[in-house]
Ligand binder design. Structure first.
Ligand code: G3P
Ligand code: MG
Length: 231
């Protein structure tokens, strides 16, 4: 079972910052998940719609210019990074799950991933693009069918994982709180990988591995890897 750092190693560094990414790589996470939003023609790595929870700013992320965002303090001398800064830092050292929030132009994200393959040490198969916005995923995979997509969900529909199969997704990325063994079996039968967020509890990690889950998103990847290696 692969361990992805959730928003970088967010238990040990401010979430979605370069420090969180560096820490995740140092902790030998198999992959890193982070959230991406579009500001003008730029993609930034940031989770919320509002600035106040994770920075010294206030109001909406979307109301700021990229210059204003770079001036904000995200804790421990970190700022809000661009997607490209994060990709440069990771530089192919592990898998990457880019989670798309809000309105992002699919072509812009495709071009950054292609640039990472050309200019950095990434292979295309190291990327998963996920989103709760399945319309975005459909557009994205029509543009670039060679990049894996993860169909995010926080619910267990009556049709289980059928939506992800319909999207021709690589994986269904599901909230721990709605997951059960029947859901996993349904997803596996459809040829989907199962990735689960957000799991930091040792008993839950062990349970998920025993159930055959493919990957987990953890705020503390180092601790999760220790737990799993002791099984
Ligand atoms: O990608 C898994 C997880 O990050 C989805 O929820 O709110 O933490 O971005 P959220
Ligand atoms: Mg996320």
């Amino acid at each position: 079972m692969l361990v992805f750092a959730h928003r970088g190693a967010s238990a040990d560094a401010p979430e979605n910052t370069l420090l969180a990414m560096r820490t995740a790589v140092a902790q030998q996470a198999d992959g890193i998940e982070f959230d991406v939003q579009q500001i003008g023609n730029e993609l930034v790595v940031f989770h919320d719609r509002v600035l106040s929870r994770t920075t010294n700013g206030s109001g909406l992320l979307q109301d700021q210019s990229i210059q204003e965002l770079h001036r904000l303090d995200a804790g421990q001398e970190q700022t809000i990074p661009t997607l490209w800064q994060v990709l440069e830092l990771i530089d192919g050292q592990c898998l990457v799950n880019i989670e798309v929030k809000g309105h992002v132009e699919p072509q812009l994200l495709v071009s950054y991933i292609h640039r990472a393959k050309t200019e950095l040490n990434f292979r295309l198969d190291q990327f998963i693009v996920s989103s709760f916005n399945h319309h975005f995923l459909l557009e994205f995979s029509a543009l670039e069918p060679n990049i894996k997509i993860g169909a995010l969900t926080a619910s267990k529909p009556l049709t289980y994982a059928a939506f992800a199969e319909k999207l021709k997704a690589y994986s269904v990325n599901i909230d721990m709180s709605v997951l059960d063994q029947k859901y996993i079996a349904d997803a596996k039968n459809r040829g989907l990988k199962v990735m689960v967020y957000t799991v930091d509890n040792a008993r839950e990690l062990i349970q998920l591995k025993e159930w055959g889950v493919d990957a987990v998103f953890c705020n503390g990847p180092r601790k999760a890897l220790i737990t799993l290696n002791q099984m």
